[in-house]
Design a protein around this ligand. Structure first.
Ligand SMILES: C[S@@+](CC[C@H](N)C(=O)[O-])C[C@H]1O[C@@H](n2cnc3c(N)ncnc32)[C@H](O)[C@@H]1O
Length: 430
């Protein structure tokens, strides 16, 4: 039966993500290379994302339909049933093919004794439809309440946008030509796209496309990057040839964008994670930028360990955060986040802010940014920094960067088609 291998792989990925705390990205990165057929890889991704996005709904369906739904200890069966339901809805795959494939998968997993159960349950879903479910239930109660406190008027929109798949945003590399010319090439290749009015390098695709199918991708003409992340280059806006520190650089999308705009920047990039730093080198090589960038594995907060004493004109602090603004791209974020993580992240962000300030020259600019939508990591974090830093002042950013939030601006997920992002531009008095 076609697709059994891919479906088995999906069940294993889902079991690891839903029941053993594995990140979806990491589990997919491990599973996909074992599948030589790109259609199988696309199927695994589609099933896994649909299940993780709809897990609360499938859990509720099993609770309604089974006297004793499989628990975490029977995680593989649970993952198989969720995967079957997701193939019916939202993936809308032909029911007869889904049923027979899922029964084959049960056998392939050594669960022939449960094949009848799988078949009966999916038949019921086919007959009655999968109940709609409650998108809020995707979020743990503590995080739901924090979001409701932070964004009482926008909470429904946040839940709704976070439950939807995100569009694919491209960033056109200016060094290779204009985005209008690139949009024309996409049209020639039969890929529908729209130019974004607010962001000079951004193109939006509404249907997913494998990066290898994008014209000129391997030659570095284009990158995949959300429009809210692309706005960072405008928010920092370093002067030509400036000495710039990217304190948390990996995987390097924002630094590459800055270098595409100005190859003359003198860039230092730090990251604590060696493997992620290697990805920066790969990205720079593909895009043909950053040959002279100084990249180092370092804890940016441990200034004495890495700084040569020469101050920076501009610092980009794209801080580690809860990633609550990108749940539509990483739907396992609410599943894995714990309340204690937020406290630890806030402490790290504060240390990084103080360190970034120490290495910034008087008159220079630090851009603090996160893909979080929690006030503690954003407006409250920056307010506390301003209160303890007498030579810091916030500079205005315009409405393109979202609504005013403390001294910075916040974009909520889905606004302008982008991710949730926070930006604060801080000037060191000269
Ligand atoms: C939000 S990501 C940065 C994304 C990156 N700016 C980009 O656009 O591709 C945060 C990064 O901070 C790194 N990080 C976390 N703590 C750090 C620290 N103390 N010093 C330096 N990097 C750190 C993580 O390894 C991660 O790669």
């Amino acid at each position: 039966m076609a697709g059994v291998q891919a479906r088995v792989a999906s069940v294993r990925v889902l079991d690891a993500v839903l029941h053993r705390g594995r990140s979806l990205k990491a589990a997919l990165a491990q599973a996909l290379p074992a599948l030589p057929d790109p259609r199988d890889r696309a199927l695994v991704e589609a099933i896994c994302f649909a299940v993780v996005r709809g897990r609360a709904r499938y859990e509720a369906a099993l609770a309604a339909w089974m006297p004793k739904p499989p628990g975490r200890r029977d995680g593989e069966l649970r993952a198989l049933l969720y995967a079957g339901l997701a193939q019916l809805d939202p993936l809308q795959m032909p029911a007869h093919a889904v049923l027979s494939a899922c029964v084959d998968v049960a056998r392939a997993l050594g669960r022939a004794h449960q094949a009848g159960l799988v078949n009966a349950l999916l038949r019921r879903a086919q007959r009655e439809g999968v109940p709609a479910g409650d998108i809020e239930a995707q979020w743990p109660a503590w995080l739901r309440e924090r979001l409701r406190t932070d964004w009482p008027e926008d909470i429904e929109a946040i839940f709704a946008a976070s439950a939807q798949p995100a569009p694919l945003w491209l960033r056109v590399n200016r060094r290779h030509g204009t985005r209008e010319a690139y949009a024309a090439r996409l049209a020639e290749a039969g890929i529908a796209c729209a130019i974004d009015a607010g962001n000079p390098d951004a193109i939006r695709l509404d249907a997913g496309v494998a990066v290898a199918a994008l014209p000129g991708f391997s030659a570095g003409e284009v990158s995949v990057q959300d429009v809210a992340a692309q706005a960072v280059a405008d928010a920092l806006g370093p002067a030509p040839g400036a000495r710039v520190l990217d304190a948390c650089i990996a995987p390097g999308g924002k630094a590459a964008h800055l270098l595409e705009r100005d190859p003359g920047l003198s860039l230092t990039g730090l990251d604590v994670d060696r493997q992620r730093l290697d990805r920066v080198r790969d990205t720079f090589a593909r895009l043909g930028v950053g040959a002279r960038a100084a990249l180092r594995v370092a804890d940016a907060a441990d200034v004495d360990a890495w700084w040569d004493g020469e101050a920076f004109d501009a610092v980009l602090l794209d801080a580690p955060c809860s990633a609550t603004g990108i749940v539509r791209r990483q739907p396992d974020v609410p599943l894995h986040r714990r309340a204690a993580d937020i406290q630890a992240l806030c402490a790290t962000q504060a240390r990084l802010l103080d360190a970034g300030w120490r290495v910034l020259r008087p008159g220079g600019v630090l851009l603090y940014t996160t893909c979080s939508i929690l006030r503690d990591e954003n407006a409250a974090q920056v307010d506390a920094f301003l209160a303890r830093t007498p030579d810091a002042e916030a500079e205005a950013l315009d409405a393109r960067f979202g609504r005013t939030a403390g001294a910075g601006r916040q974009r909520l997920p889905g606004e302008g088609g982008g991710d949730g992002f926070y930006y604060a531009r801080l000037r060191r008095r000269g």
